[in-house]
Design a protein. Structure first.
Length: 375
């Protein structure tokens, strides 16, 4: 058995002896994925809305009923005055107020174009824009249905009056389920966190026990120590990724349209980055608590600059350039493309090449820092 194999065997033996750590590697990760997949969503649902119907006609009542039929909104009791509507928005009871004017039915009957006012709480700009879009779409659908009935009475089809129509086939996620987008990204983040933390903890514990110095006076070279420490956690990270993918397919019904081997190869490439992060934090830190702080500090930047919450295209140009050194950005793209699009290894080379380069740089830099620290 070679020195590196002996080191790897020693690390696996230590991991197997720590039953608590073994349990913490799987159960909490599945729980986190389960909870966060439902909590972190781009959907805007249950927005509290109140309607102020100043017209009080069958047509305005029909529009109000059409609005209330939407499952995306949570309608509160109707407002009686504009002052009441504004007061309820001010105190946070509702987020959107819909005002139907007094001349609504008259203008509809005379084809003059009635105006429905949306008063929106804009503190959360993203939620406000989405809720406004939902309500506008609902009102427009009511307007189109009303016009269609009027034209049908005259023997005219609405489609004949429109200069164009839109077809919008949705590829890869036809039901627009947010979990299909969020869960693969969460799997990347959780695997990154676990592999980086466990690697950092393992090396720092050797420092605390004084056994790292003993390892360094053996025939083992520093690189062999680092490899012996990281390879077991790379194996654990790959196993955890497999477990998370199976859970995602069975529970969230996310399709796996690509090749498992393609995903596995790119996951191994990605491990250079996540394990390099663990080696780097253990080089700087002296205690497990410091490893945890440094890891979370770095992962926050990885997360925010990965496009997980904010599309990279929406970021300032200088920040977009910074994202090129973020390995999470590339692997999130790869895992989603493999699962949802069925992309092959060759299709993803333009994401895999920078991921490999970044991983080599991260791991080499962390190893050199480790060598200087213990040398």
């Amino acid at each position: 058995m070679t020195r590196l194999q002996t080191m790897i065997w020693k690390e696996f033996t230590q991991i197997r002896a720590d039953s608590l750590t073994l349990r913490l590697m799987i159960a909490p990760i599945l729980i986190q994925l389960f909870i966060l997949a439902y909590a972190l969503t781009t959907e805007v649902k249950n927005t509290p809305v109140a309607v102020l119907d100043r017209c009080n006609t069958p047509q305005s009542a029909d529009l109000s009923a059409h609005l209330r039929a939407s499952p995306l909104m949570r309608f509160k009791p109707a407002a009686q005055t504009e002052e009441e509507l504004r007061e309820r928005i001010d105190r946070g009871d509702i987020k959107v107020g819909v005002t139907i004017p007094t001349d609504f039915s008259q203008k509809i009957d005379r084809s003059e174009g009635a105006v429905v006012q949306l008063t929106i709480d804009g503190q959360d700009a993203n939620a406000a824009a989405i809720a406004s879009g939902y309500l506008q779409a609902i009102i427009q659908s009511w307007s189109q249905a009303h016009l269609k009935k009027r034209l049908a009475a005259q023997g005219i089809r609405l489609e004949q009056m429109l200069p164009l129509s839109i077809r919008e086939p949705i590829l890869f996620n036809p039901l627009l389920k947010p979990t299909w987008y969020m869960v693969p990204g969460l799997a990347v983040l959780l695997v990154t966190m676990i592999t980086a933390l466990l690697t950092g903890f393992s090396i720092v514990k050797e420092k605390e026990r004084g056994t790292l110095e003993q390892l360094m006076v053996t025939p083992l070279r520093p690189l062999e120590v680092v490899m012996g420490k990281t390879i077991p956690f790379a194996v654990i990270g790959l196993l955890e990724l497999c477990v998370l993918m199976v859970f995602a397919m069975l529970w969230f019904k996310i399709p796996f349209r690509g090749s498992f081997m393609t995903l596995l190869i790119y996951a191994i490439i990605y491990m250079f980055s996540s394990l390099g992060l663990g080696v780097l934090t253990s080089t700087i830190a002296r205690t497990p608590q410091q490893v945890m702080f440094l890891t979370f500090f770095i992962l926050i930047f990885f997360l925010l600059l990965s496009g997980f919450f904010i599309p990279i295209e929406n970021m300032p140009p200088i920040v977009q350039k910074i994202t090129y050194i973020n390995p999470v950005r590339y692997f999130m793209f790869i895992i989603r493309d493999v699962l949802l699009k069925g992309s092959s290894f060759a299709d993803l080379w333009y994401q895999g090449a920078p991921l490999l380069l970044i991983g080599i740089l991260y791991f080499t830099g962390a190893t050199l820092a480790f060598n200087r620290k213990v040398g």
